[in-house]
Ligand binder design. Structure first.
Ligand SMILES: Cc1cc2nc3c(=O)[nH]c(=O)nc-3n(C[C@H](O)[C@H](O)[C@H](O)COP(=O)(O)OP(=O)(O)OC[C@H]3O[C@@H](n4cnc5c(N)ncnc54)[C@H](O)[C@@H]3O)c2cc1C
Length: 393
């Protein structure tokens, strides 16, 4: 278990490359991309290609598939480092890294030839997971005995799918998608939904509106439509009607990665606050010399360190479930990190005084970004309820 507490040489080297990438490719572009009025323009292919060039895009895949075989703990560290630079960039890659991990575990050999190899070879290939729809979000997380409105009818050697998904990260840009569809309309999500593999451009599968988000603007989110979309049987991932089971089985680290993305924002806020407190003089001395400010900074540090420890434990145990995986670790670390990030962002605003409210200080962007994960990857209240359902009273 010492892996959770001590960084290895390899982890340090990877994080150093990620830091350099953020400094050279993300930081110079982030403010300009964030301020694009059209939400679609917040996305940058240049950043994706630069990430691909040093192996970031595919690092979570095993060496057999051209990756670095980074474990979930190391991947969570990378995701946090990206989040320090920009939340949207962290989300683009957190999604791609974790979906690639699922694809390597859950796809059969023929599907891997069709999807995983082209994913590795295409420097612009990013990935989406498509579950949420306008009428069903918390419902599938709690879960409430309802079913997806995106439904499939069996026809010959495939399925005809109709319906829509929304809020899906990367989806107007992704090359491959894992899509959750109701294949048995008489059963709830847990027993009647199936995961399908789809590629961009599949007939009957189109992108709708790109959502105009308040923050996390370097990542795009959009609607997806299915109109008499024929999906062949060979695109079923795992078992028919076993979609959410596939997700649970191959996806335990998802919540930890989401927590790591938003933790990066908390760290960026802390560093900005510290810098301001060291340089701004009021009451005859730098703010850092006032006890109230010092105590506030140590409270920020405490929340960051505790959230990181929780995330790292979840990420490590996701890969080593024999040491005692607890299903609440698949729900709670993100709740803790996002609550911490939100508090720390508002304190950052306060420490900056009136300057923080002026856009040029950059606190405003961090505050908008910090709000993203109160709802993303499951609303916090919903995840608390989900964890409660796993607990024995
Ligand atoms: C930036 C962003 C990125 C996203 N990316 C993706 C993605 O890539 N793929 C994907 O599939 N989805 C994605 N989502 C969807 C996300 O997981 C859902 O938005 C989230 O689950 C909340 O859905 P909702 O807005 O419909 O809230 P609702 O489910 O309508 O919830 C509204 C409120 O009611 C509460 N509530 C709901 N049910 C109960 C209950 N039974 N008991 C008590 N309280 C309840 C909730 O906690 C919440 O406070 C993304 C969302 C965002 C914001």
């Amino acid at each position: 278990m010492e892996e959770i507490f001590i960084q290895t040489e390899e982890q340090r080297a990877i994080l150093e490359s990620v830091r350099r990438f953020v400094e050279e490719e993300v930081t110079p572009r982030a403010a300009m991309l964030d301020s694009s009025p059209d939400p679609e323009d917040g996305f940058s292919w240049e950043i994706v290609e630069a990430a691909d060039a040093f192996g970031l895009r595919t690092m979570a895949l095993s060496e057999d598939y051209g990756g670095m075989g980074t474990d979930s703990l190391t991947t969570a560290m990378v995701v946090e480092e990206l989040g320090k630079g920009d939340l949207g960039i962290s989300v683009v890659f957190a999604q791609t890294l974790k979906i690639a991990q699922i694809m390597e575990k859950a796809l059969n050999e023929e599907q891997k030839q069709r999807a995983l190899i082209p994913f590795v070879e295409d420097p612009r290939a990013i990935l989406s997971i498509c579950i949420t729809e306008p009428e069903n979000a918390s419902n599938y997380l709690v879960p409430y005995p309802s079913s997806f409105n995106t439904k499939a009818e069996k026809q010959g050697d495939g399925w005809v799918v109709n319906g829509m998904k929304h809020f899906i990260s990367n989806s107007n840009r992704s090359r491959f998608f894992l899509v959750f569809v109701q294949t048995d309309k008489d059963k709830p999500f847990t027993e009647g939904s199936t995961c399908f593999l789809l590629e961009r451009g599949h007939p009957g599968f189109t992108v709708g509106r790109v959502h105009d988000k308040m923050g996390e603007r370097l990542a795009n989110n959009s609607e997806l439509f299915f109109e008499d979309c024929f999906i062949p049987d060979e695109n079923v991932v795992g078992q028919v009607n076993g979609g959410l089971k596939t997700l649970g089985e191959f996806f335990p680290q998802s919540n930890a990665y989401a927590g790591a993305s938003i933790l990066g924002v908390a760290v960026a806020c802390y560093e900005k606050s510290l810098n301001w407190a060291q340089n701004r003089v009021q009451g005859g001395k730098p703010l850092i010399e006032h006890d109230g400010i010092r105590a506030q900074l140590s409270e920020m540090k405490m929340l960051i360190d505790a959230s990181r420890a929780y995330i790292h434990r979840a990420a490590y145990l996701a890969d080593h479930q024999e040491h005692g995986w607890d299903p609440t670790l698949g729900a709670l670390p993100k709740v803790m990190a996002s609550q911490a990030a939100w508090k720390i962002a508002t304190w950052t605003l306060e420490i900056h005084g009136g300057h923080g409210y002026m856009k040029e200080a950059g606190v405003e962007k961090l505050l908008r970004d910090a709000a993203a994960f109160l709802h993303s990857d499951g609303v916090n209240r919903t995840l608390l309820l989900r964890a409660a359902n796993f607990m024995e009273w």
